[in-house]
Design a protein around this ligand. Structure first.
Ligand SMILES: Nc1ncnc2c1ncn2[C@@H]1O[C@H](COP(=O)(O)OP(=O)(O)OP(=O)(O)O)[C@@H](O)[C@H]1O
Ligand SMILES: O=C(O)C1=C[C@@H](O)[C@@H](O)[C@H](O)C1
Ligand SMILES: [Mg+2]
Length: 163
C-alpha cells in the first residue's frame, strides 16, 4: 500500500544484500515520460495496469534486485503469480490509520487513487486495504510495517535465511 515503507525498507534491504533497489513506478514514469498521476489522468487506470504488469514482467528471475512495486501491482492481471514465481515477496502490513498518518506527514500528494485533501481519505485507504488484503497475504513474508525499520530488517533477514 502507499506509504507502507517500501522505499525506506527496500533501500535498506538492498544495501544489506548488496542488491540494486528498483522502484517500479519510477521505471514506468521514465519509460512513459510522464508521472504516474498523468498516466492515470491521460490514459486511464486500465492502461496503467497493463503497462505496470508489462514492466513487472521485464524483471527476470534471479536478477539481484529489491523491487518496490506499486501497491496495485500484485492485485491486477497475474501480478501476484508473477511475483511469487520469480522472487521472494514481502507484505509490509501497515494498518489504514497509520498509512494515512504517514501520507499526511510525508505531504506527498501525487497518488491518483489517494487524495490527501479528501475528507474521506481514511475510508478510501481502508476500502482498498480490505479489498487487497487477501492478495497481499499471499506474500512469502508478512511483517507488521509499523515495527521500527531495524527490527523489520532483522525479521526479513531471518526469513530470507530460512528460504
Ligand atoms: N517502519 C517504519 N516506521 C515508521 N515510519 C516509517 C517506517 N517505514 C517508513 N516510514 C515512514 O513512512 C513514510 C513513507 O515511507 P516510504 O516512502 O518508504 O513508503 P512507500 O511505501 O515507498 O511509499 P510510496 O507509496 O509513496 O512509494 C516516510 O515518511 C517514512 O519515513
Ligand atoms: O496502490 C495503488 O494502486 C497505486 C500505488 C502507487 O504506487 C502507484 O502505482 C499508483 O498510484 C497506484
Ligand atoms: Mg516509495
Amino acid at each position: 500500500m502507499p506509504s507502507s515503507g517500501k522505499s525506506t525498507l527496500g533501500r535498506q534491504i538492498a544495501k544489506s544484500l548488496g542488491y540494486e533497489f528498483v522502484d517500479l513506478d519510477l521505471r514506468i514514469e521514465i519509460a512513459e515520460g510522464k508521472k504516474v498521476a498523468e498516466i492515470f489522468s491521460l490514459n486511464g487506470e486500465e492502461y496503467f495496469r497493463k503497462i505496470e504488469n508489462q514492466h513487472l514482467k521485464k524483471i527476470q528471475k534471479d536478477s539481484k534486485l529489491v523491487i518496490a512495486t506499486g501497491g496495485g501491482a500484485p492485485c491486477f492481471h497475474d501480478g501476484l503469480e508473477y511475483i511469487k514465481e520469480n522472487g521472494i515477496s514481502i507484505f509490509l502490513d501497515v494498518k489504514p490509520e497509520m498509512l494515512v498518518e504517514r501520507m499526511r506527514v510525508s505531504k506527498k500528494n501525487e497518488r491518483p487513487l489517494f487524495d490527501l485533501e479528501s475528507k474521506t481519505l481514511l475510508d478510501t485507504v481502508s476500502t482498498k486495504y480490505n479489498e487487497r488484503l487477501s492478495t497481499y497475504q499471499k506474500a512469502d513474508i508478512t511483517v507488521e510495517g509499523d515495527t521500527d525499520p531495524e527490527s523489520i530488517l532483522w525479521i526479513i533477514d531471518a526469513e530470507f535465511s530460512r528460504k
